[in-house]
Ligand binder design. Structure first.
Ligand code: PHE
Length: 357
């Protein structure tokens, strides 16, 4: 049998000088693989004289371990050389100035959502979210809109094929299903806003099949219509930056609130100039009301113990009013000229202290 020491010297010498991971792997196979040299020697142990067998076996086992250890060490060294080479090759000079043409701006929708979150955040609201693809139950039934209800027709719903369990699905037509998802899982008090995408099959200068809404929900034991009025008045004044902005609450109807109110803000159109603030005209901007007891009950909340209010408004609409954007369609055109005109500086993040406007 070949001298173990000579073999060790030969193999470890080869391992230590292997040029790359491929060569190292070839060496491993030729020494320790199924037909490798050490493996073959071990297979041949049966033919060794019985009194030398034990000693030779131990020597071969040691050799095997030593060669494996040498391979591991060499592999670590080769890997680190390869990583250094890669890092050197992919080096980026971060001290180079940014390319001027790559400067982006914040989309008015994003800016408006940041503003909403800032104002309502200051009032103690947190942000909740939900899926765009909703079950018929969350979008309608749980909100007290049963299958035959006429409100279903008014919403121009996009219907989707049912899921595997046969549940009918829709693209959510409003953010109100997130009210249900929240009330099902959170024990009141609840104080959330839900900014997000909504979908209706409608398309013209003032309607887009995809648009954004923000929902608000407050549930506790004492909140009443007066709190709803105060909350929305404070919000509108902060958002539009008009301290004495008048609000008008008109009785209305939503299946999921009772009583319900639509809210108008004061405006004027003198000499062709549109202005938000005390004036001789009104503009509708949101829907609201006290959460219907049946909706609370659907979510496992006892309506004799808990109550609260909800509201919802279109984000494009309030953004257009605040920033004087005349048409809805370019919001989604990704036209850089429009973005440069109506977009916001990336670092002008709205804050209560620094200003919302
Ligand atoms: N979900 C209603 C809509 O899309 C808005 C709304 C929300 C009204 C909450 C009242 C309370 O028109």
């Amino acid at each position: 049998m070949q001298d173990v020491d000579t073999l060790r010297e030969e193999l470890i010498g080869a391992v230590d000088t292997a040029a790359d991971a491929g060569a190292l792997e070839d060496l491993r196979v030729s020494a320790l693989g199924r037909k490798g040299r050490i493996t073959e020697l071990m297979k041949g142990l049966g033919a060794v004289e019985p009194d030398k067998r034990r000693e030779t076996g131990q020597a071969l086992n040691r050799l095997k371990d030593e060669v494996q250890a040498a391979i591991d060490t060499r592999k670590t060294a080769l890997d680190s050389v390869a990583l250094d080479a890669k890092l050197l090759e992919e080096r980026i000079d971060v001290t180079l100035p940014a390319r001027p043409e790559a400067r982006g701006s914040v989309h008015p929708i994003t800016q408006t959502i940041d503003e909403l979150v800032t104002i309502f955040g200051e009032m103690g609201f947190t942000v909740a979210e939900g899926p765009h693809i909703e079950s018929d139950y969350y979008n309608f039934t749980a909100l007290n809109i049963p299958p035959e209800h006429p409100a279903r027709q008014e919403q121009d719903t996009f219907y989707l094929p049912p899921d595997e369990s046969g549940t009918p699905r829709v693209l959510r037509t409003h953010t109100s299903p997130v009210q249900i998802r929240t009330m099902e899982t959170v024990t009141p008090p609840i104080r959330i806003i839900v900014p997000g995408r909504t979908f209706r099959s409608d398309h013209d200068a003032t309607h887009s099949p995809m648009f954004h809404q923000v929902e608000g929900l407050v549930i506790d034991k004492t909140s009443h219509m007066g709190h709803l009025k105060g909350c929305l008045t404070d919000f509108c004044r902060a958002f539009f930056g008009v301290d004495d902005l008048p609000l008008r609450f008109r009785p209305s109807y939503f299946p999921f609130t009772e009583p319900s109110a639509e809210v108008d803000i004061g405006c004027s159109r003198k000499g062709g100039e549109f202005r938000i603030g005390a004036g001789d005209d009104w503009l509708e901007i949101l829907g609201s009301g006290m959460v219907h007891p049946r909706v609370l009950a659907h979510c496992g909340i006892d309506p004799t113990e808990y109550q609260g209010f909800a509201f919802g408004m279109g984000i494009e609409r309030i953004a257009m009013l605040k920033y004087g954007i005349p048409d809805l369609r370019p919001f989604y055109d990704s036209d850089l000229r429009w973005m440069r005109h109506y977009g916001f500086m990336p670092l002008s993040v709205p804050t209560i202290s620094g200003g919302i406007n």
